[in-house]
Design a protein around this ligand. Structure first.
Ligand SMILES: [Zn+2]
Length: 972
């Protein structure tokens, strides 16, 4: 029993309260000696979370908070390997292990279900943040941050560093450049004007001394926000934190308060540029964005209103600003943007537009807003948008580890000296906002905080051909000058430093260092695979899979339609189609009313298409169109009616609307291509040799993206044919044949779903179901995909079954060893890429990938030497156990309740049994070094097949042209 005012291991309890919204008891402590703040959320979640955060407002754009975030994880007082962080990724049972830099804070969260592991992880992180090796080993900064790379007097100096390349990759995205400029435009006097991640042009201005200074200044208990979550023993946790860490420090005066930006008297305007490749079209490729500071984040109403307004005005299909801007032809895609931070902003972006539409852009926005204020906002729209935000809060599924989501929500107020619980206790605020629907609260809010608010900005981002090359030239000039400024001795010294770094990077950790890393034993691992409850009911053509799992009263109802009757040339139309459903009119109502109806009664109805490989095969696969609905209680009936309406009564005939939605679809794909560049390249390379991946490529890969681009190119002249194909597919895919219904939730709701099934089933088409045998042939390709990215995504792969190997759990251990050690060291630590890895799956695919990689042929050489590495691998029993444990943690990732149901359904479709899952687990646990060595010919042969796909910088790819048999432009 805790008592207010009492001190527990140096922590004074200052508040205890129940937070029923998240089924937790919350306790707020202050550490007496240091002033460290601690929030404890006690509940029955066994996926425990520890996190420590610091307020780290940057005072320039060198990315110093981000570089420190990387560097403290590279060795500390107690844990003296090169990368204790990677050692824990490799060998712990973590369900979450990462660190994140935000615009004003840096966060170090870990999660685990295992108590011993939890304490290990907590200790590694506490030691890392308070006692990092960065002061003694300058090479850490060189490797993770940036340095001048040179190994021979004759060669040119280059910039190198993990964060440097990570940010080169991040700045390849125009949306990132837009986001940075919005911060600059709205908060020119505070920390939010800067890039906390680091602007690659500015990162090299950071000196080692300033880097250390930043750590000295902010990484102190007095500036920390500690968080404990779950069903762990909190007194033991407090004791550990106090005795081993906090008690070593005294209270310090830390100047980390985040200043308020004084409101403007008039709107600020900023223009900036982003690079595009030489062959890309630069017409109508600009961004216009109008932004307003809404208030302070410590205010719970402002906090929720920031999200609600984004939905209400811009995001929802019924959103008036989006509709008005699209109708006026201002931009091909309209989306909201918000800055977060102490003073959150609301903003609207028009993408693929032209700077000369600026005046019209502003005029349409203000006219629309004034009209809303004068005539009132549709109440149904408000209700729908509040409901969207409410589902979001209740599900807290941004990460499958809920505790992390709550930590972030608490910091949205706590970091600014507000109440850490105020946003978690959301019922009060939600109820207030709901009751305000009868008043003019929302209209007044828009009037005061948007229309009449001069604290706003207009940001314009324009494309510039040759900007990438121009920056490259400036950088090379700078480096050239720098080299000229050095005496021969200084150049020698620099080479010396680089050699020293390289030596460090290639050297293995000593036995003594390795012994400092806390280890679990096999006894700590659960050998039995978790069983997901699944009841299988077969009724005529229908299969029902019911998963009785606690979901906080939300019923998840997913329909899996078999789409294997769609002929090959129509495959991409299936993905086009699902981009329309729910966003176009139905026979019952216009799409704007439809969207409100959906969100008032449900948590959303979403569509997805994918293809499931049958166990041990990529020749046998099951393409599915999935309709996912969620609702609470009696609303289930309404949800079923809406699903039926969407899949049987949609009207595919409004050309203008359909074109609008296609443009938006294209824009959204473009926004994610570089962020997911590794999976884009990996899927593409697999499609050269795998029929199922070929299908996926047509359905939603680059083939689909190019198909969509072509469709839009010729839309006006070909619309009849396009619409006819869409209708053909629409009338075909929602068939009762082979339908699977997957339910996740409680028994009562399941009965309700079953009783209401005829609402959906009875209206499905009854066409004669004829599955098609697709004739996808293997294609020997090595493609280079030319783009404006500043980095590469390099992928090689093959199917090991075709080389005579069968899937075995030991392959998972092999992939841990290769990904976490060899590829990580060669491609990230030494190569400077942000990441790399290899996948070996049940289907038979072996695929390597690199992420935000400055190299190309060097990375390929690394892949080609994987077999040699395994050949020379010399590890003892204990090290192998570490890899086995790390592999086991990948087999048991954190999952939301809905994810559990989905996983069970996917296994059902792929014909993977519980025995198969258990077998893999047993094989992982029984892995011996000789099992790993037995894969040498597999890796060797697979790489020698030489299937290669690189998405990357056009000049870099052209310089390596001989590696490819085909070069294609990403954007045509
Ligand atoms: Zn990073």
């Amino acid at each position: 029993m805790f008592k207010l005012g009492n001190i527990y291991y140096g922590f004074k309890l200052i508040e205890e309260t129940e937070v029923k919204e998240i089924q937790s008891i919350a306790r707020i402590f202050i550490h007496e000696k240091t002033g460290a703040k601690l929030l404890h959320l006690e509940n029955d979640d066994h996926n425990k979370v520890f996190s420590i955060g610091f307020r780290t407002p940057p005072s320039d754009s060198t990315g110093v908070p981000h570089i420190i975030e990387h560097c403290v994880l590279s060795g500390s007082r107690k844990y003296i390997t090169k990368e204790p962080f990677m050692d824990m990724v490799k060998g712990s049972l973590q369900t979450f292990l990462n660190a994140m830099t935000f615009s004003d804070k840096t966060l170090y969260p870990v999660a685990s279900r295992n108590e011993k592991d939890f304490f290990n992880l907590m200790d590694v992180y506490l030691d890392a943040v308070f006692y990092p090796k960065i002061y003694e080993i300058p090479e850490i900064f060189m490797q993770e941050g940036w340095h001048h790379e040179i190994f021979d007097e004759e060669e040119n100096i280059r910039y190198k560093g993990v964060v440097y390349n990570e940010m080169q990759g991040a700045y390849s995205s125009p949306e990132r450049i837009l986001g940075e400029n919005i911060g600059k435009s709205l908060y020119p006097d505070t920390c939010y004007q800067y890039s906390s991640g680091g602007n690659p042009d500015i990162i090299p201005e950071l000196s080692y001394e300033d880097f250390l200074d930043f750590h000295r200044r902010f990484y102190h208990p007095s500036n920390s926000y500690i968080y404990l979550y779950g069903n762990g023993n909190v007194e033991k946790q407090l004791k550990h934190i106090d005795e081993n860490y906090l008690s070593n420090f005294d209270k310090a005066e830390i100047h980390s308060t985040i200043g308020i930006q004084k409101p403007f008297t008039s709107r600020n305007e900023i223009v900036d540029y982003y690079p595009i490749s030489s062959e890309e079209n630069d017409e109508n490729r600009s961004y216009l964005s109008l932004n307003f500071v809404l208030g302070e984040n410590t205010d719970p109403e402002i906090y929720l209103m920031t999200s609600i307004l984004s939905q209400l005005l811009v995001e929802s299909e019924a959103a008036p600003l989006k509709k008005a801007l699209l109708d006026e032809g201002i931009g091909e895609d309209i989306f909201p943007v918000s800055s977060g931070g102490l003073q959150p902003s609301f903003g609207v972006v028009a993408k693929n537009t032209s700077p000369d539409k600026k005046a019209q852009f502003e005029k349409v926005i203000f006219e629309t807003l004034n009209n809303l204020v004068e005539n009132g906002i549709d109440r149904k729209l408000i209700e729908a948008c509040i409901n969207i935000v409410e589902y979001d809060l209740r599900e807290a599924s941004k990460f499958p580890t809920k505790g992390i989501v709550y930590n972030m929500i608490s910091l949205d107020s706590w970091l600014y000296d507000g109440d850490p619980l105020v946003h978690l206790q959301f019922d009060k605020t939600l109820n207030k906002l709901k009751s305000n629907m009868d008043t003019s609260y929302f209209e007044n809010f828009i009037k005061e905080r948007i229309i009449n608010n001069p604290h706003s900005s207009l940001v314009i981002i324009e494309p510039k051909k040759g900007l990438g090359e121009e920056k490259q030239r400036i950088m090379e000039g700078k480096l050239d000058e720098y080299k000229k400024s050095l005496s021969p001795e200084e150049i020698k010294e620099l080479i010396e430093e680089n050699n020293k770094l390289k030596e460090m990077q290639v050297a293995d950790d000593s036995e003594e260092a390795k012994a400092t890393i806390p280890k679990l034993s096999i006894a700590d691992v659960e050998p039995k695979a978790q069983v997901i409850p699944q009841k299988i009911i077969k009724e005529d053509k229908l299969t029902i899979l019911s998963h009785n799992i606690f979901t906080s009263k939300i019923a998840y109802v997913d329909f899996y339609f078999d789409i294997s009757m769609v002929e090959e040339k129509l495959i991409p139309y299936i993905n086009l189609l699902i981009g329309l459903l729910g966003k176009i009119d139905t026979k019952k109502r216009p799409y704007s009313q439809l969207a409100n109806e959906i969100y008032i009664h449900t948590g959303g109805i979403d569509f997805d298409v994918t293809c499931y490989d049958q166990k041990n095969s990529d020749e046998l696969y099951h393409p599915k169109l999935i309709v996912k609905g969620k609702a609470i209680g009696d609303n289930i009936t309404k949800m079923m009616e809406l699903v039926s309406e969407l899949i049987t009564q949609s009207k595919i005939e409004d050309k203008k609307r359909i074109k609008e939605l296609f443009q938006q679809m294209k824009s959204r794909i473009e926004m994610t291509i570089f962020d997911a560049g590794h999976s884009v390249a990996a899927s593409r390379v697999s499609s050269y040799f795998s029929p199922s991946k070929k299908y996926m490529e047509r359905l939603k890969g680059l083939d689909f993206y190019w198909f969509l681009s072509d469709i839009l190119e010729t839309f006006d002249s070909n619309s009849e044919e396009i619409l006819s194909n869409l209708n053909k597919v629409y009338n075909m895919v929602f068939s009762a044949d082979n339908l699977i219904l997957s339910f996740t939730g409680d028994e009562d709701d399941f009965s309700l779903v079953k009783a209401n099934l005829p609402i959906v089933i009875d209206k499905l088409n009854t066409l004669d179901f004829q599955p098609i045998k697709y004739g996808f042939a293997e294609e020997r390709l090595n493609e280079g995909i030319l783009s404006s990215a500043n980095v590469q995504y390099v992928s090689k792969g093959y199917n090991f079954r075709r080389l005579g190997f069968n899937y075995n759990g030991s392959m998972r251990v092999l992939s841990t060893i290769l990904s976490r050690d060899y590829l990580h060291n060669k491609i990230r630590a030494q190569g400077g890429a942000y990441g790399a890895g290899i996948l070996l799956d049940r289907t038979g695919h072996i695929v390597t990938f690199s992420y935000r990689d400055p190299n190309l042929d060097r990375t390929i050489q690394v892949y080609d030497k994987m077999a040699d590495y395994i050949d020379s691998l010399n590890i003892d029993e204990e090290e192998l156990t570490t890899y086995i444990i790390g592999t086991m943690s990948q087999l048991d990732p954190a999952t939301t309740p809905h994810m559990k149901g989905q996983i069970a359904t996917n296994r059902y479709i792929s014909k993977i049994t519980q025995e198969d899952i258990q077998k893999t687990r047993d094989e992982v646990l029984a892995t011996k070094l000789e099992d790993i060595k037995a894969f040498i010919p597999l890796i060797d042969k697979a790489m020698k097949e030489d299937y290669l796909c690189v998405l990357g910088n056009e000049n870099m790819i052209k310089d390596n042209e001989k590696l490819f048999n085909k070069l294609v432009q990403l954007k045509k």
